[in-house]
Design a protein around this ligand. Structure first.
Ligand SMILES: [Zn+2]
Length: 109
């Protein structure tokens, strides 16, 4: 049996440490993977998620739990509302800046 994403395999590179499926095909200006489906440009992570999991509810964003925009691993994606997605990305930026502060403090000691 051929997997539904078989035709996209050549455009996915699996990152062994994070488990991310990095999209190595075309990307949008925002860094998301891009696929043409029936002549229309679509975001690769949404297409792959729908092929392997389920239809994404209308008005929902797919949040990258791994924060890697070009990742198309359905295990790293979760449908969330736009406001939830925005809230999470804000939290992430806060976490990253805190973490880099901790790291740089650690280095100076
Ligand atoms: Zn990922």
């Amino acid at each position: 049996m051929t997997s539904p994403i078989h035709r996209y395999e050549g455009r996915i590179s699996i990152e062994p440490n994070s488990g991310c499926w990095l999209w190595i095909g075309a990307t949008s200006s925002q860094g998301y993977g891009s696929i043409r489906v029936k002549g229309k440009a679509r975001m690769a992570h949404r297409v792959i998620f729908e092929l392997m999991r389920r239809k994404i509810p209308r008005k929902k964003d797919l949040d990258h739990l791994c924060r890697t925009r070009c990742c198309v691993n359905p295990d790293h994606l979760e449908p969330v509302t736009k406001s939830e997605n925005n809230r999470r990305s804000t939290c992430w930026h806060v976490l990253v800046s805190r973490r880099s502060m901790i790291l740089s403090e650690g280095l100076t000691r």
